[in-house]
Design a protein around this ligand. Sequence first.
Ligand SMILES: N[C@@H](CCC(=O)N[C@@H](CS)C(=O)NCC(=O)O)C(=O)O
Length: 206
Amino acid sequence: MSKLKLTYFDFHGGRGEPARLIMALGDIPFEDERISFEEHFDTLKNRPFEAVPVLEVDGRVISQSNTINRYLGKMAGLYPQDALQAALCDEVMAAVEDATHMVVATFQMEDEEKKATRESLVAGPITVYLKRFEQYLKDRGGEYFADNRLTIADLKIYSWVGSFTSGMLDYVPADIVNKTAPLLIEHYDRIHQHPKVVAYYSQFNA
Ligand SMILES: N[C@@H](CCC(=O)N[C@@H](CS)C(=O)NCC(=O)O)C(=O)O
């Protein structure tokens, strides 16, 4: 089996978390390299697009979170083989990436601008995306986003929803998902209780 090393920040979330979960669910051994923001700035010039996450496969570097997710998802059996189901999976992941980008763009803003921008994101695109995902879940049977089973799209959404429910984003109400897309909360809870997800996070409480 290839030697894998995932490099990302040292917290449970963000663009790197789905890859960690995919490997945990797929029982795929990997080196979990967690870097500080300082280390990130010291090393970013060496990354393909000056960003993380990156995955090293036998020393070869792959970037772009969704590319990494698909690569690992195929290995873990968590990516649909059917082309249409794979497209449904990809669509959800790409949309989460768009929404993530909008929020990440506010991180470096001064407080006043951050407040105004985040409030308008909440009133606009974040609500649109949440409602669309809620509808997709409903249309697809209520449990999963593609292939009638757990796929990498569910893990991407799980991690993204967690960024709201954690309350870590100032000016984004922590209950926005409960109020706008309650099925996504049920989806989040189901994945959070998945035995392998529980086992994965329990190692950090030891
Ligand atoms: N499209 C890329 C975006 C990667 C990205 O922007 N990552 C952020 C962290 S989540 C980053 O490293 N940004 C560079 C920086 O802020 O210095 C992906 O999906 O992986």
